[in-house]
Design a protein around this ligand. Structure first.
Ligand code: ARG
Length: 255
């Protein structure tokens, strides 16, 4: 009986230890930098036949490659739902989330953010011949609005504009709701500016801006709270790339 308990105790110590180790190092070992993203966010991250890293390509992938290089690590990419990124950073499943992620008060409760590396805003993607949506306020007139679950656009439409729940459609990817604008099921999609422009162009739709309603948003990289070693390394390299114009150069390649 006593032996049994001891054995159990030893087992649980081992279990705690290995969980602790895993949480500390991310999924990869020390020579890997694991980036989590949601690769349905052109031009920041998307999949293609021959990407920069396997099938993955985009501004964030190019930036993360530079970060990994500066740390002498191999970049590994984990693609997942945008909604799951913060939890994956917290549990150590990934080392960092690089996903065109906007710094938000609420997100700062669960992760730490790097310095901002890009500025964007929200836009409305509407039909090319649309004439009755000129401002964000116009969406309140019973318009059917699409957003992506958990994106900034979701909270703006839901909380700030307070659009009636029955008029909001939430999808997992921007393309899905934009498709609904194309086929007339939705009047508008509220989404990040660069992605909105890319999607509008591809689908013969147009983009409406409203600088008064939609504030500037800063994209940054999320790491686990207190992981100052990684955060410092990221910030140093980002700072250097912002100053040298490298980030702008990368962005140009994808716009
Ligand atoms: N900037 C927006 C946000 O932080 C959308 C980001 C979506 N990114 C992605 N990789 N799917 O909520």
């Amino acid at each position: 009986m006593k032996k049994g308990i001891l054995k159990l105790a030893a087992l649980s110590v081992a279990a705690v230890l290995s969980v602790g180790l895993m949480a500390g190092c991310g999924e990869g070992s020390d020579d890997k930098l694991v980036m989590g993203t949601n690769a349905a966010f052109e031009p920041f991250e998307f999949t293609t036949t021959e990407g920069l890293v396997g099938e993955f390509d985009g501004i964030d992938v190019a930036i993360a490659l530079e970060l990994a290089k500066s740390m002498d690590k191999e970049l590994v990419i984990e693609d997942m739902e945008f909604d799951g990124l913060l939890a994956s950073v917290q549990t150590g499943k990934i080392d960092m989330a690089v996903a065109g992620m906007t710094i938000k008060e609420e997100r700062l409760k669960s992760v730490d953010f790097s310095i901002p590396y890009y500025t964007a805003t929200q836009v409305m993607v509407v039909a090319a011949d649309n004439t009755d949506i000129a401002k964000a306020e116009d969406l309140k007139n019973g318009k059917k609005v699409g957003v992506v679950l958990g994106y900034t656009g979701d909270s703006i439409v839901t909380d700030d504009l307070a659009i009636a729940e029955e008029n909001i459609t939430r999808a997992n990817r921007g393309v899905d709701v934009v498709q609904d604008v194309k086929n007339g099921k939705l009047d508008a999609v509220v989404i990040d500016s660069y992605t909105g422009k890319a999607l509008a162009e591809k689908n013969g739709l147009k983009v409406i801006e409203d600088a008064e309603a939609f504030e500037a948003e800063e994209y940054a990289i999320a790491v686990a709270k207190g992981n100052t070693e990684l955060l410092d390394a990221i910030n140093t390299k980002l700072e250097e790339m912002l100053t040298s114009g490298k980030i702008e150069e990368i962005a140009q390649q994808y716009n």
